[in-house]
Design a protein. Structure first.
Lengths: 184, 286
């Protein structure tokens, strides 16, 4: 009798462990790995955003560290975690990933490029009209939809570099991630 | 003799046409193109009428908007005389924005949110007109919409308009703060947030009983509620909401993406901090 109870308890423990240990609604395997990766990147983004927007003291080394942490997780480190057929719940990945693999890979690559650019730009002069209208930075033509003036990486403001990075995150989520009922 | 009469007749017609245009312009105040450009960004003109992803020229026609009614193709609204609105007067422009009618009196589909833009003041219209004239004319653009039957029958719009459209200028609420009212103008008129965030009835009109309570913009694409209660439940406050409209990031650092990514990238990111805070104030009901 004792052996049976013990045995059942052991089986239950083994069966429940992935659910108890898994974040994001019981994810496991690559789904969990990539959710964890995204969470780390989100934390880095939050840290950078707080420093850029006056919620924390701006520290060049900290910004660089967070940006490089993001860069280290892009490119193939993302794409390899999305093998075909892993879009079952609780994953929020859309099947579009495997219909447009080139675009998916390109955005994953852009993430590395823009995160590295942010790391390089971290110590540059901050944008003057940082929190003001984008028009002050880009002018009338860009406001009406024309191309913004080209930015030299060496002198790009960290705010501009950050915007390019957030645009990359958003571009991927726009196409390749399911929308939640309550919003993110 | 006949030639001279003909010439005089032609000149007379031209003169009347010019006079009409001049009178129409005189009905409106002087437009400021910089203010108009800012308003155009806020109002989603650039986002809809430019195919940014496809490398399209500004206002030369937008990517298809896929809905349950079929595909809407935002037209070329550059100053091109044949393919754009180059032959329009400011009165035509005002009529399109605030009455939802073409210069020939044909109703527009409310995918063009004139039920929100009807709130624009004469100054808003004049500013937008001035800004639109600064954009280079471009040839081409979508020829028309690609809608499913029976939505493809434009005459059916008279029903929608009778039920849901009331031309009405925006009026500030004197009981509320100037910041709240600025937010109200942005949310309800220019940025027409309710076009996506307010649930729709079966006939495609906004559900007046549930403003900003969320809905479906297309099959499977849920849009979150942005009522004060919903926003607070999700942990938003004035600061984080105003910032999110610029960065596209939630307080936890997540990029919200979805259909909102384009709204931020091509629209709300361009707003001043004061305006983004005004939107947040209004949405949080403060």
């Amino acid at each position: 009798m004792k052996k049976l109870v013990f045995g059942l308890a052991a089986i239950a423990a083994v069966a429940l462990t992935p659910i108890l240990a898994g974040a994001h609604g019981g994810a496991s395997g690559v789904v969990k790995e990539r959710m964890d990766l995204m969470k780390v990147m989100g934390d880095d983004m939050k840290r950078i955003s707080d420093m850029l927007h006056g919620k924390a003291a701006y520290d060049v080394a900290e910004v660089r560290k967070a940006a490089l942490s993001i860069a280290a997780r892009g490119g193939e480190d993302i794409t390899r975690l999305f093998p075909q057929g892993t879009d079952h719940p609780p994953s929020e990945a859309l099947p579009t990933i495997w219909r447009q693999p080139d675009r998916f890979a390109a955005l994953a690559g852009d993430l590395v490029t823009h995160a590295k650019a942010l790391a390089e730009a971290a110590g540059n002069e901050r944008a003057v009209a940082a929190m003001g209208s984008a028009e002050a930075m880009m002018g009338m033509g860009a406001m009406m939809g024309g191309a913004a003036p080209a930015e030299e990486p060496a002198t790009m403001a960290p705010e501009t570099a950050f915007m390019r990075l957030t645009d990359t995150c958003a571009a991927c989520h726009e196409t390749f991630r399911a929308e939640k009922k309550s919003g993110h | 003799m006949k030639g001279r009469l003909l010439l005089a007749a032609c000149l007379a017609v031209l003169a009347v046409g010019q006079a009409k245009a001049a009178v129409a312009q005189a009905d409106f105040p002087q437009g400021d193109p910089r203010r108009g450009a800012y308003l155009a960004r806020m109002s989603g003109c650039i986002a809809c009428h430019t195919d940014a992803k496809g490398g399209g020229k500004p206002l030369a026609g937008g990517a298809p908007i896929k809905t349950g009614f079929g595909d809407f193709l935002p037209p070329n609204v550059t100053p091109h005389r044949d393919d754009g609105i180059g032959a329009w007067t400011i009165a035509d422009f005002a009529r399109a924005l605030r009455q939802g009618e073409s210069p020939d009196g044909e109703p527009y589909y409310p995918a063009f949110p004139y039920d929100s833009y009807t709130g624009f003041s004469d100054q808003d219209v004049a500013d937008l007109w001035a800004a639109f004239r600064t954009v280079p004319p471009v040839a081409g653009g979508p020829a028309g919409h690609d809608l499913d039957f029976p939505w493809s029958i434009r005459a059916g719009l008279s029903v929608w308009r009778a039920l849901y459209f009331e031309p009405k200028r925006f009026a500030a609420d004197p009981a509320k703060s100037p910041q709240w009212n600025r937010g109200a103008f942005i949310v309800e008129v220019a940025a027409h947030c309710g076009a996506c965030h307010t649930p729709r009835t079966m006939l495609g009109g906004p559900d007046e009983d549930a403003p900003l309570a969320g809905g479906l913009i297309d099959v499977g694409k849920r849009v979150p509620a942005i009522t004060p209660a919903s926003l607070r439940a999700e942990g938003w406050d004035k600061g984080s909401l105003a910032l999110a409209l610029k960065t596209g990031l939630t307080p936890s650092g997540d990029a919200f993406g979805g259909a909102m990514a384009e709204v931020v990238r091509e629209g709300t990111r361009w707003l001043s901090e004061d305006d983004r805070r005004a939107v947040a104030t209004h949405l949080l009901g403060e």
